[in-house]
Design a protein. Structure first.
Length: 414
């Protein structure tokens, strides 16, 4: 009997030793990553998040910089060697045997205050365990990242009334311009641009020539990984396929055998976008039902691969009026050559504006209706008779006048 008790004590001691060794290894990884994080610009979201909240979720598509945001927070608020803050990545095999709630408990028992959790969806029971941590560890703050497809505010989610969530997007044209030039620029509201675009454009153009950079932004400026010393186009294709395989299939629990249909649908949409949605034809093209096509389109939107443009008052599950790619970089990744310039212009405008504003299809003189009251016609010139109720967003001009506004300026909304 005494021997059994002794063996149990030895086992417990061994487990504690292993946990201590793993924890120290995670601290070393944290220290290295924080010391080597070097963001060339400060993302606007860093100043929009209320870091005092106890449970914060940062969502976003792959490649937009979610991991860097966590590490930048650690660098801004703690020394790299301060063990009150710890970054962990749930793709670590250790978390196949260690639960989040047990790890969080051990961390806070040792004086930990802020736990930064990356790729939370890699852990199957993450939502329930984060809710447990929120309820049982009131002195512990958790900031986590997840895919854009996660439904953190769903009323059925255990996190619904606990988490404060934010969406991280790729670089705006303003952020890209800052990176390329070293200058700093303010962002502006839509109303500021509509009312004061002549003065704003003059101020910006006195420092840089935005038209010298806009084509590069269209091609590779949205995703921060363009800064890496790798082939951007190949990296983007890899990222897109990971979005399909993980963010769409895995998180939505769709069988792998359906991946070719999803890839075919995305290619068809990308090579015709912006395009009306002929659901019947698409169901024939990818050999599946109309209902499945509609589900796939919703999954692609949630993964931030496409944008859906609806008539005012409509939304999913109704059929969208038009399908756009989510950002201009994706047009180059799929079309490769012969990228339609008008498609680029409209995709850029929609992408930059719809972060903070409601965008619908315009049924009047233009393509877009914003906030239910502003009509926009996007192009490289004014087509047809000038309409005083329309704002003309023109590519290729550095400044405008009255209701003629340069397209690039809408890249300064965030």
């Amino acid at each position: 009997m005494q021997s059994g008790v002794c063996n149990k004590e030895i086992f417990i001691t061994f487990v504690d030793l292993c946990n201590t060794i793993v924890m120290e290894s995670l601290y070393k990884t944290h220290q290295y990553l924080v010391e080597h994080i070097d963001l060339p610009i400060r993302r606007k979201l860093m100043d929009e998040i209320n870091w005092d909240d106890r449970l914060i979720g940062i969502k976003g598509s792959r490649g937009v910089g979610k991991t860097s945001t966590l590490l930048q927070y650690a660098k801004d608020h703690f020394s790299a060697y301060d063990k009150k803050c710890l970054y962990i990545n749930l793709n670590n095999f250790y978390f196949t045997v260690k639960t989040i709630k047990d790890f969080a408990n051990e961390f806070q028992m040792k004086g930990g205050e802020v736990l930064l959790i990356d790729q939370v969806f890699k852990y199957s029971n993450w939502a329930q365990e984060l809710a447990y941590c929120y309820d049982n560890f009131p002195n512990l703050k958790i900031i986590f990242t997840g895919s854009s497809v996660l439904r953190l505010k769903d009323e059925l989610s255990p996190l619904a009334n606990k988490v404060v969530s934010y969406n991280l997007r790729g670089f705006s044209f303003r952020e890209f311009l800052e990176l390329q030039t070293g200058c700093e620029f303010d962002s502006y509201s839509l109303e500021d641009i509509l009312e004061n675009h002549e003065e704003i454009a003059y101020e910006i153009a006195s420092q840089v020539r935005p038209l010298a950079f806009i084509d590069d932004y269209y091609h590779h400026g949205f995703y921060p990984f363009y800064l890496e010393k790798r082939n951007f186009s190949e990296n983007l294709l890899k990222t897109m396929n990971m979005m399909l395989e993980v963010d769409v299939l895995s998180i939505n629990q769709i069988e792998q055998s359906y991946l070719p249909k999803l890839r075919r649908l995305l290619y068809i949409l990308s090579t015709t976008a912006p395009c009306p949605t002929n659901i019947s034809q698409l169901s024939i093209d990818i050999e599946t039902s109309r209902a499945t096509v509609m589900n796939y389109i919703k999954y692609l939107k949630d993964a931030r691969l496409i944008n859906l443009l609806y008539k005012e008052g409509d939304d999913y599950p109704k059929k969208p009026a038009l399908v756009y790619m989510q950002n201009p970089n994706l047009l180059y990744a799929t079309r490769m050559i012969n990228v339609n310039q008008q498609a680029l212009r409209e995709t850029f405008f929609y992408n930059q504006v719809h972060k903070d504003y409601k965008v619908n299809i315009s049924l009047k003189n233009g393509q877009f209706l914003v906030e239910g009251k502003y009509n926009f016609s996007v192009g490289n010139k004014i087509r047809g008779k000038f309409n005083s109720e329309t704002y003309y967003v023109i590519d290729g001009i550095e400044s405008g006048e009255r209701k003629v506004i340069p397209l690039w300026l809408f890249g300064f909304l965030y």
